[in-house]
Design a protein around this ligand. Structure first.
Ligand code: KG4
Ligand code: ZN
Length: 336
């Protein structure tokens, strides 16, 4: 069978990324320009600043992706670009560039849902991952539990009712003075902390619900910190970070395992930036092993936003002949 090469483009938030992926599984290049340092002084992503920087970078990032892959523009079979969900101004940059590129190169355009991209990261470099499986997609913008029936067929079992898991990590890290992005900072601080120092609430919601809620936990941590401040009691941020992380990870793990058992699947995959979390990986591994469930997660650079995952998702749509209409536009609230 002829190899299929897809150019992926991702600009939904603050990473400008372009990648070339072969047959949905092999990364030939994955160039990621992160704007983290630009947004750091603001403690979070500033949408207008993000889109302006995407405009500055996108052309050279795409060129780098071709150079590193060692191929020419006409060697690709299709262009895959994220069209939602995300920041509308940011999405428009990558999508417009992808459309123009596809038009000029006379190649088809495939529109990709960013969450589909995160899920597809699990196929990259890992031939053994094939649907069906249950996946937890946890990032700065989303927390979903999804039953992946086929490459392009998903049942959303549950999602967050308020904050995304990564968003909670980012907010608590900011309050603890650990910096932005908060996930890696809390992960690191928690290594030096006591996870049993404070028993923060776990929001399991209704017995049969696969939904998540992290806003109550966030308030509980903030109330705890305010109380300590008012009583002038000293605490170690590492202990609070470890206790908070344990509360998030326990709920994510238990709900994911419950879904895998209820849906009788023998494979669980993790996706999204929070899938980099060391405690989540460890606890999920222990629970999956105990139940005889295979566990997979992408390399950290494929968990956080990148274009290889978009090209990977593009491959599966390309194979089915699902191409974007010419009037495809950015959809900031696109659902999976
Ligand atoms: O997938 P991603 O790059 O962007 C979105 O689609 O949102 O995820 C970024 C999120 C941020 O909230 C970041 O704090 C979180 O993933 N994150 C982590 C870790 N690494 C990144 N959260 C917990 N532990 C980590 N090690
Ligand atoms: Zn993402």
């Amino acid at each position: 069978m002829k190899d299929v090469l897809i150019l992926g483009i991702e600009t939904s938030c603050d990473e400008t990324s372009a990648a070339i992926v072969k047959n949905g599984r092999e990364v030939l290049s994955n160039i990621i320009y992160s704007q983290i340092e630009i947004h750091q002084p603001f403690g979070g992503v500033v949408p207008e600043v993000a889109s302006r920087n995407h405009v500055k970078k996108i052309s050279s990032i795409v060129d780098m992706a071709f150079k590193e892959a060692g191929i020419g523009y006409s060697d690709i079979d299709a262009v895959a670009a994220t069209y939602g969900p995300g920041l509308v101004g940011s999405l428009l940059v990558g999508l417009s560039f992808g459309k123009s590129f596809a038009y000029a190169a006379k190649k088809p355009l495939v529109g990709i849902n960013h969450i589909d991209g995160h899920i597809s990261a699990n196929y990259i470099g890992n031939e053994s991952v094939k649907p069906p499986f249950v996946t937890l997609v946890a990032s700065g913008g989303h927390s979903h539990l999804i039953y992946v029936k086929d490459y392009d067929s998903y049942d959303v079992l549950g999602q967050t009712r308020d904050d995304a898991a990564g968003e909670a990590f980012d907010k608590i890290a900011r309050t603890l003075g650990l910096g932005y992005p908060g996930g890696p900072a809390i992960d690191k601080a928690a290594l030096e902390g006591d996870p049993d120092f404070v028993q923060f609430p776990r929001a399991y919601l209704e017995d049969d619900s696969y939904d998540f809620s992290f806003s109550g936990l966030k308030s509980a941590v903030l109330n705890y910190l305010n109380g300590m401040k008012m009583k002038n009691i000293k605490y170690r941020p590492e202990d609070v970070a470890a206790s908070f992380q344990m509360a998030v990870v326990e709920v994510l793990t238990e709900k994911t395992i419950k879904a895998a058992l209820d849906y009788k699947t023998d494979r669980v995959c993790l996706s999204g930036g929070v899938a980099c979390n060391s405690l989540l990986r460890k606890m999920m591994r222990e629970k999956c092993d105990a139940h005889g469930i295979a566990l997979d997660y992408p390399a950290p650079s494929l968990c956080t936003d990148n274009a290889a995952m978009i090209a990977g998702a593009g491959y599966h749509k390309y194979q089915k002949g699902v191409f974007a209409p010419e009037n495809l536009t950015a959809k900031p609230n696109l659902k999976i």
